[in-house]
Design a protein around this ligand. Structure first.
Ligand code: FES
Ligand SMILES: [Fe+2]
Length: 425
């Protein structure tokens, strides 16, 4: 209620600019956690992280600890990591395999579907104590799409497929590039930055910055590192800044987005590329295999999943506080592709996204500086005005081929919609 008032009275979001305050005000952050991360579908990783019965990983959404498990019935459960006795967490390790979770405080023991199976000194709780009613809490909804694992603290609202809408076929392309149509996520590199979570979204949708922020990754310095001097399509600040090739950018309903890079950016051919294409051709045919391999695609699923086919990785942004966020980078293997090909992409992702890498670390420095600068005057505006050719395509989605802030405009339309949506109950 309070935030609805503020949305009305403070005029926080306009079509092509947003008030700086939304990145800096703890009250707005708290409202986001309730109305966005506490209600919509949130990505928490990939099902390949917990492939076998007994596998689990722990996560944290807005300070609420959860456990994602694969039970003996083969299903994935999203459990609240909080003992039903006095509330202690029952698991503190990020990944593992177990038949039971035993609370360290008084020994209550739960199965991987959350069922409580053992209470020491149970008779002391009296004859009416029913252990069947004291299983670990379950999140109302858990679902996967394209291997990505989503949970929702909200018990109603659109199902996952409806939520993904027109973005779903683009998500499919990630595993679609694997000869066996499956990817295997590796454990994420986690990096924190001193900045609001939405800055990472804007950075993802921003094709204005790479030539300035990433001269080592995309600009002239990178080109000079390549043996033939042709390592990247961007030609640095000397080129016309809106030269983005025949890139397509689309903004879908509910804040999701995609963009393609055409021609695809190249970091040199990975080893065994021909063998990989042959393996993929066996499933999809040679023409489709070549098309998939040549597609350099970014997909964003609001509010926190970033997928990149280039190097086969995805990222998740995790809000920690109004000015603290974590980016998790998951390098992935394409199942059925040669080991050497996969290994080269894992190493490229490490080079791209690790703290000692040549791309993401520069972005996070830029975001840290934005966060610091915003505080100079939080009533000023952040501008998303670029884009001279925005149009609505035949599917009803907004689209552009130029240097544009189209994607961020879509993020903030969704932000305003979710933040002003009345409580469902
Ligand atoms: S808090 Fe878990 S057994 Fe007591
Ligand atoms: Fe960047």
């Amino acid at each position: 209620m309070a935030i609805e008032m503020r949305l009305r009275t403070m005029d926080l979001v306009r079509e092509d600019m947003v008030r700086r305050r939304i990145f800096a005000d703890p009250a707005i952050f708290n409202a986001e956690m309730k109305r966005i991360f506490g209600r919509t579908w949130v990505c928490v990783g990939h099902e390949s992280e917990i492939p076998e019965p007994g596998d689990f990983k722990t996560e944290d959404i807005d300070g609420r600890p959860i456990i994602l498990t694969r039970h003996v019935d083969g299903k994935i459960y999203a459990l609240l990591n909080s003992c039903r006795h006095r509330g202690a967490t029952v698991c503190e390790i990020p990944y593992g395999k177990t038949n039971v979770f035993r609370c360290p405080y008084h020994g209550w023991t739960y199965l991987s579907n959350g069922e409580l199976i053992s209470v020491p000194y149970r008779e002391e709780f009296g004859p009416d104590f029913d252990i069947a009613s004291f299983g670990l809490g379950r999140l109302p909804r858990v679902a996967t799409y394209g291997g990505f694992l989503f949970v929702s603290f909200g018990s109603d609202g659109p199902d996952l497929l409806e939520h993904l809408g027109h973005a779903a076929p683009w998500v499919d392309q990630f595993s679609g590039r694997a000869p066996e149509r499956k990817v295997q996520a590796t454990k994420p590199v986690k990096q924190r930055y001193v900045g609001n979570w939405k800055l990472q979204l804007d950075n993802f949708g921003d094709n204005y910055h790479p030539q300035f922020v990433h001269p080592a990754g995309f600009g002239p310095r990178r080109r000079r590192q390549e043996p033939n001097g042709a390592g990247a399509q961007s030609s640095g600040p000397a080129s016309r800044p809106s030269d983005v090739g025949s890139r397509i950018q689309r903004s879908f309903a509910r804040g999701h987005a995609m963009m393609t890079f055409s021609p695809p950016r190249s970091f040199g051919d990975p080893p065994k590329l021909a063998e990989y294409i042959t393996a993929l051709s066996e499933r999809v045919g040679p023409d489709e295999a070549r098309r998939l391999v040549a597609t350099d695609l970014h997909v964003f699923i609001y509010p926190n999943l970033f997928i990149q086919t280039n190097m086969n990785h995805f990222r998740i942004v995790r809000p920690l506080a109004v000015d603290q966020s974590e980016v998790q980078t998951y390098a992935c293997r394409l199942v059925g592709a040669p080991d050497e090909y996969n290994q080269a992409n894992l190493e490229l992702t490490a080079g791209w996204g690790s703290p000692a890498g040549f791309v993401q670390v520069d972005d996070l420095e830029a975001l840290t500086r934005v966060q610091r600068g915003l505080r100079a005057d939080v009533d000023q505006w952040v501008l998303f005005k670029m884009g001279r050719d925005e149009r609505v395509n035949e599917d009803g989605d907004r689209e552009s081929n130029s240097m544009t802030d189209l994607l961020s405009r879509g993020f903030y339309r969704e932000w305003a919609r979710l933040m002003s949506e009345p409580d469902r109950r």
